[in-house]
Design a protein around this ligand. Sequence first.
Ligand code: ZN
Length: 216
Amino acid sequence: MYFFKRKLKPIQEKGRNIFVMKIIPIPDRHQRSYLIEGGSKWIIFDAGWSDSFQKFVSEIKNQGLHFEDIDYIIVSHFHMDHYGSLELLKQQGPTLLLFSSQLQVNSIEAANQFFVEKPDSNYVAITRENTKIVDGNLSRSLLKSIGIDGEIVATKGHSDDSVSLILDTGIAFTGNLPLYELRDAYGNDDIPKSWKMLLEKGITEIYPAHGQNYSP
Ligand SMILES: [Zn+2]
C-alpha cells in the first residue's frame, strides 16, 4: 500500500477504481508542457523553451504547489522546445528520468551543443546531476511510488529518442509523435508502429506537445 499524502477521488469505471488526476498544460509559443498530478506527487512532462522557466514557476504557484511537490521530469525528446528549461527545473528539485535507451542519454551532449551558438538565450547546460536512467519496467515502479499507474515507452517516429508517458487510465503524453490520422503520411514506418503499440496498450486520449488533446 502506498501512502497518499493527498487523497485523490476515485471514480468507478469498468469495475476499476480510476484516480482522477489533474493535467495542467503549460503553453509557450506553439508548444505545451504538462504538469501531471499523481496520487502523492506531480510530474513535469517536457521542459519548454530556454526562456520558459518563469512560466513553470507561475503555473506551479497558481496550482498552489511548490517544487517539492514535483518528483520527476520526463522529456519527450531532445529538441529545443522540449528541453530548454530542463536544467533550471532540475535544480529546483525534480529528478530527470532519462529513458534507458542510450538514445536519450546520448542526446544531452547535442542538446547542449545546440545552444553554444546562441549565447543570448537563457539556456543553462544540462548536467548529469539529479538524473535517473530508467527502462520501461523500472519506470512503472518509479511512477507507482508517486501514485501513478503507468510507464514510459519508446515512441520513435518524430525522432529516434522520442518517448511517451502512458497512464493505465488510457491517457498518453506523446510529445511530437505525429497525429494519429497522419500516421501514414510521412513514409516513416516507425510512426504507425508507435501508434499500433499505443493502441494495443489501450490508449484512448492523447495529450500532444502541439495542439489540444484528442482521441485517436
Ligand atoms: Zn521535435
